[in-house]
Design a protein around this ligand. Structure first.
Ligand code: PRT
Ligand code: ZN
Length: 286
């Protein structure tokens, strides 16, 4: 492959480590000094640009970078149109309306005419207006949680992950109005060479993401329970079956969705499965 692509990554913040980890788990090697603004991968045509997350949509749109990893919230707030090519699932959070417990809230219309502090005025406005609600936005860059106490807002719309910050500031989460997680964005007008590099990166990312949602299980089973066990495991063309010394038993291996894992585990045990081994999968293709 000729040419290289440039990925814009948050220099330092909640997205940085997981973004780099995602690229490393694709088998791409690089050295990134924490003070460097640029880096290059070896063995894969990828260069890095380390910037503030707010600048990522603009850099990708202007062609300074070809792709970027950014919170969906930053992308939507920027108003810049880019192709969202993958939801990477990490750094997930929600934009919620929060207010003191004394604030009478039943739904978004409770915000009519109220002062709402936020760092996400565009997203807030689009949600309020699609619900026919008019509020007064109070735009602040950070520490949104203190604005009610400071007397400049009646309620806030801010990002929440654990909810601890709200509680610490005497605020109650009233309603989640929007969800976000890290997304991979791309310039829509890449040449065919860059597109080929991106596709090869995506193949690797997909293999990593698919594997993260699966466990590999291996167990011994009475032979006459195979049909039932295959039904329990589900979703696969067929589990791998190996004969054992004892003719009445077989060894079975299969990948299982992580979110169904415990249910499958219990059902297999009930069918008489023994010696159940569970392993993480590093990478896989469908
Ligand atoms: O310096 P730079 O501009 O690059 O970084 P930043 O300070 O703007 O962003 P950063 O690193 O704080 O967050 C980057 C992205 O992480 C955000 O745009 C979101 O997509 C995502 N993210 C996930 C979060 C949170 N969770 C989060 N909890 N961003 C911010 N918060 C803040 C929130 O604003 C609030 O102050 O954390 C506090 C609430 O946390 P809890 O756990 O107490 O609920
Ligand atoms: Zn930022």
């Amino acid at each position: 492959m000729d040419g290289r692509i440039i990925v814009a990554i948050q220099k330092s913040g909640r997205l940085s480590e997981k973004s780099l980890e995602m690229i490393r788990s694709c088998g791409i090697d690089f050295y990134a000094d924490s003070r460097a603004l640029k880096a290059s991968a070896s063995g894969f045509p990828l260069d890095f640009l380390f910037v503030r997350d707010d600048d990522i949509p603009g850099y990708v749109s202007d062609g300074v970078a070809d792709i970027g990893i950014v919170g969906r919230n930053e992308l939507d707030e920027s108003g810049i149109e880019l192709d969202v090519i993958r939801d990477l699932g990490f750094a997930s959070c929600r934009l919620s309306i929060a207010a003191p417990p004394s604030f009478p809230y039943s739904n978004l219309s409770s915000l009519e005419g109220k002062r709402i502090a936020t760092s996400y005025p565009r997203i807030l406005e689009s949600i309020l207006s699609s619900n026919g609600v008019k509020a007064i936005p109070v735009v602040v860059a950070g520490s949104v949680e203190i604005t009610v106490d400071a007397g400049i807002a009646d309620a806030i719309a801010d990002l929440v992950s654990t909810g601890t910050t709200l509680k610490m500031n005497g605020l109650e989460e009233k309603e989640c109005i929007y969800r976000s997680s890290a997304v991979l964005v791309a310039r829509p007008d890449m040449d065919s060479c860059k597109k080929a590099i991106l596709n090869s990166l995506l193949e690797r990312m997909d293999a990593v993401m698919l594997a993260r949602h699966k466990k590999y299980i291996l167990f011994n089973l009475p032979k006459n329970k195979l049909q039932k066990a295959a039904e329990v495991i589900g979703g696969m063309k067929s589990p791998t079956v190996t004969p054992l010394m004892d003719d009445n038993w077989i060894s079975v291996q299969s990948a299982v969705d992580e979110n169904r894992f415990w249910a499958v585990f219990e059902e297999l045990k009930a069918l008489g499965a023994e010696g159940i081994l569970v392993m993480n999968i590093e990478k896989m293709t469908e």
